[in-house]
Ligand binder design. Structure first.
Ligand code: 5GP
Length: 243
């Protein structure tokens, strides 16, 4: 009887796991907000410790991600031809920081994983519109000049995460989300890696987290990236200009 009970518990657990993966949300690829993810190339390079050399010294685009939905249309392949006209801006603002010579792989990945879901919106329903629209939002947000204006520059001195979040919230009027690499052995503090700003489906800025909502700590955003802990953080200068 005990054996039977154990078996039925195991079955129930597996069924529930299956249920969660195949829940209406993932089956229907439903999502509520779009997340404009900027990353700091110096931290991306630190994260991979591989072949990135001379990372850009400005925040670049990681992607435009619908929350809660990924890989929505496996039969809609990435086609570089469709975004050829955008190449100068793509190279500048959406470079593959990790494999700079192989950049269209990164764009292919972003399209297949996130773009095919974002394409549910009329405004983003082609590759040209998805990549062009993302570039448009990035340019409109002007994160690099906003951070400059706020006096938040790469530095060997640490910042308080709450100061960065509050300053950005005051400029944009919405709550951003900031992700960090947790301190490695021998490091005193976390390292800032990504800044997210969120949009409604009609492409208006909205809070990334609502007041009282937990910060989704523990969610993996890339290898090692997590929602920053409150407290001090390192915003690393590019290697050549380390001061
Ligand atoms: P996602 O797969 O959701 O777009 O983002 C997470 C992944 O993107 C992680 O595996 C992370 O290593 C990867 N990633 C972050 N920045 C870059 C980049 O500049 N180039 C490439 N190729 N991958 C990146």
């Amino acid at each position: 009887a005990a054996h039977g009970l154990l078996l039925s518990c195991l079955c129930l657990a597996l069924c529930c796991r299956g249920g969660a993966r195949g829940s209406p949300t993932s089956d229907n690829h439903e999502w509520k907000k779009l997340i404009m993810v900027h990353h700091w190339p110096v931290t991306v390079c630190k994260e991979v410790e591989k072949d990135c050399r001379d990372p850009p010294d400005y925040w670049t685009i990681h992607g435009l991600w619908p929350d809660r939905a990924e890989e929505c249309n496996g039969s809609w392949p990435f086609n570089f031809e469709e975004i050829k006209d955008l190449l100068p801006e793509m190279k500048m603002y959406w470079p593959d920081v990790i494999h700079p010579l192989n950049r269209s792989h990164f764009w292919k990945h972003e399209w297949e994983k996130h773009g095919t879901c974002a394409a549910q919106l009329d405004a983003l329903n082609s590759q040209k519109k998805y990549f062009g629209g993302s570039l448009g939002l990035y340019e409109k947000l002007e994160l690099n000049s906003i951070l400059q204006k706020l006096g938040i520059k790469p530095s060997i001195n640490y910042y308080q995460i709450s100061d960065i979040k509050d300053a950005l919230a005051s400029m944009y009027g919405v709550v951003p989300k900031v992700q960090c690499l947790p301190p490695k052995q021998g490091e005193e503090v976390q390292t800032i890696g990504q800044i997210e700003l969120c949009f409604t489906k009609d492409l208006r800025l909205r809070n990334c987290t609502e007041p009282g909502e937990l910060g989704e700590s523990g969610r993996a955003w890339g290898p090692g990236l997590e929602v920053c802990e409150d407290g001090p953080a390192f915003y690393p200068p590019p290697p050549q200009s380390a001061r």
